[in-house]
Design a binder for this molecule. Structure first.
Ligand SMILES: O=C[C@H](O)COP(=O)(O)O
Length: 302
């Protein structure tokens, strides 16, 4: 397969490989690795995306007033590298408490939002309410919302469009199930989920894409750096072909799935991994700080 060296617009003078993923002969081997006749590019630049490293902590449905007070205190006293955007996403009931007790250094995100203006929608939380408590982000399309709650691409797309139009940043999650990976459908699934966002979002300025292979979430089975890089590069290539070169270059593509203080450094070195969305390990302040500070591995790799 032909591999073309193309300039990465925001890193003038630096070049990276950009193959055509749509025609790539990918297949799955027994280690869940996607293979192609083209090897993933080695890190030529520190970060293919031109944005800041981004680390989100998704606390999911965990915590009590006591444990969250302790976590916030640990985060407030943690030494965090300055060139990282850090966001934490507490359960709704603690969002306001966290937002008002957390240092300004860290922003807060909701774990979901309603598709439109609030009203008679029992159990839902509106974007307007999130903005009212200074929440800046929302996680949408998380696999637990897709596969446990049953949200589909169109519903998620509507939520993303509404949230972005109202000024929230969106952490847009995509990722394949184990059986989809084993069936060789990883790229098809990720691209379809991406397209559902791309079809409706007003702009990509406030979107961070989180690639989270479902088989790696909460399982302790992290994707290898090469597995993650392969999909991140494919996602960037899809953006380049289907949205624009500029969006492909500047959109942060972060990885989620059993990231912890031990594996974050190697993952962070990958060219197209621009940060992390962390579940379990984000519930421990010092470990989350280690993950945030893995940006230093990326700098060393450069
Ligand atoms: O949103 C975070 C992801 O679902 C990853 O969760 P995890 O780090 O517990 O595997």
């Amino acid at each position: 397969m032909e591999t073309v060296a193309t300039p990465c617009p925001r890193f003038s003078g630096l070049r990276r490989s950009s193959p055509s993923f749509h025609n790539a002969p990918f297949h799955i081997n027994s280690h869940l690795r996607l293979s192609s006749s083209r090897k993933p590019s080695r890190a030529v630049v520190a970060m293919a995306g031109s944005g800041k490293f981004f680390v989100g902590g998704n606390w999911k449905c965990n915590g009590t007033k006591d444990s969250i007070t302790k976590l916030v205190s640990d985060l407030n006293s943690a030494k965090l590298e300055s060139d990282v955007d850090v966001v934490v996403s507490p359960p709704f009931v603690y969002l306001d408490m966290v937002s008002s007790s957390l240092t300004d250094r860290i922003e807060v995100s909701a774990q979901n939002s309603w598709i439109g203006k609030g009203g008679a929608f029992t159990g839902e939380i509106s974007v307007e309410q999130l903005k009212d408590i200074s929440c800046k982000w929302v996680i949408l399309g998380h696999s637990e919302r897709r596969h446990v709650i049953g949200e589909d691409d169109q519903f998620i797309g509507k939520k993303a469009a509404y949230a972005l139009n109202e000024g929230l940043g969106v952490i847009a999650c995509i990722g394949e199930l184990l059986e989809e990976r084993e069936a060789g459908k990883t790229f098809d699934v990720c691209f379809q989920q991406l397209k559902a966002f791309a079809d409706v979002v007003p702009s990509w300025d406030n979107i961070v894409i989180a690639y989270e292979p479902v088989w790696a979430i909460g399982t302790g089975k992290v994707a290898t750096p090469q597995q993650a890089q392969e999909v991140h590069l494919a996602v960037r290539d899809w953006l380049k072909k289907n949205v624009s070169e500029e969006v492909a270059s500047k959109t942060r593509i972060i990885y989620g799935g059993s990231v912890n203080g031990s594996n974050c450094g190697e993952l962070a070195k990958q060219e197209d991994i621009d940060g992390f969305l962390v579940g379990g390990a984000s519930l421990k302040g010092p470990e989350f700080a280690t993950i945030v500070n893995s940006v230093t591995s990326k700098k060393v790799a450069a």
